[in-house]
Design a protein around this ligand. Structure first.
Ligand code: SF4
Length: 293
């Protein structure tokens, strides 16, 4: 098992902090291209609640985000410029080109990280990502969530598995690191379904994986289904037990970026124990005998 903090420390010799930034983008699952309701679990914030104000310049957003993490930063530090919310390769190309270049050009930004969907990377965007990669490391985070097509349809993901597979291969040809998001505990999925997703992510050669327990957030369609008793949620013990089963399947070549959720406490409906991040991390650390991210 190799965690992202161990990995970054071995490369940069120090801790590398994430700066959550906002681009003025939406998502094809929300703007009517594929749908208007979004993925069934996605909150109004577009699966990223910690970013700064998208109306501010990238320079201002970076300065603000640095201020937010400053209490944790011991001295000199490096940063990841992280475009997290919504689909960050889906928008006006000229605008995205400009903001990605601005972010990657900041001297203490070591990595540019862009969260998106595999069906939303145009030819010119692939080209741009390849150019940015020549400046500094670039990560592209892909929201796969599951390999089970039935579940993918239920959560309204909006693309099929081969689209993800092809995107991973294209990004890797450009030297871009792929981080795949997986949601554990989706309705109707067994342990074996989740194991199949984890194995697939490793088999296609994703460089990183983020495992996140399904969160039920206020205002989502999932909240309604949960209210109707259709969505079971795990206890902390069940989740830790599941991780003990899944994590050994992840080869060292796939860096583990996250084993807990990072949902906002404010809009969290269930499971409420996930709001106590310290308790969750302690339980996972004790079970896996590691310092997990
Ligand atoms: S693709 Fe991402 S931003 Fe769009 S609705 Fe789904 S989770 Fe939300």
């Amino acid at each position: 098992m190799k965690t992202i903090s161990q990995h970054l420390k071995s490369i940069y010799g120090c801790k590398v902090y994430k700066l959550a930034l906002s681009a003025k983008v939406t998502c094809p699952n929300r703007d009517g291209t594929l749908g208007t309701g979004g993925c069934i679990f996605c909150s109004a914030g577009g699966s990223g609640e910690f970013a700064t104000d998208a109306d501010k310049s990238i320079e201002e957003q970076i300065a603000e985000a640095k201020k937010r993490v400053s209490a944790k930063v011991p001295g000199e530090a490096k940063y990841i410029a992280y475009f997290q919310s919504f689909t960050n390769t889906y928008g006006d190309f000229g605008y995205l080109n400009r903001i990605f270049r601005e972010a990657i050009s900041v001297s203490d930004v070591a990595i540019l990280s862009i969260a998106t969907r595999p069906d939303c990377i145009s030819e010119e965007m692939y080209e741009l990502l390849g150019e940015l990669r020549k400046m500094k490391p670039v990560w592209v985070e892909l929201g796969l969530q599951t390999v089970k097509e039935e579940t993918a349809r239920y959560i309204r993901r909006g693309y099929e598995l081969p689209v993800y597979d092809e995107c991973v291969a294209r990004l890797q040809k450009l030297g871009i690191e792929v981080v795949t998001h997986v949601i554990l505990g989706l309705p109707g999925e067994t342990r074996e379904d989740m194991a199949e997703t984890v194995r697939h992510v490793a088999d296609v050669g994703s460089n990183g994986i983020k495992l996140q327990l399904l969160h039920i957030l206020r205002g989502t369609d999932l909240e309604r289904e949960y209210g109707e008793g259709k969505v079971p949620v795990m206890t902390l013990d069940e989740y830790v037990d599941l991780l003990k089963y899944l994590v050994p399947m992840i080869p060292d070549s796939v860096i583990i970026h996250r084993l807990t959720g990072d949902g906002p406490k404010k809009g969290l409906v269930a499971p409420l124990w996930t709001g106590d991040k310290k308790r969750v991390l302690n339980a996972i650390n004790a079970a896996l005998c590691e310092n997990v991210p």
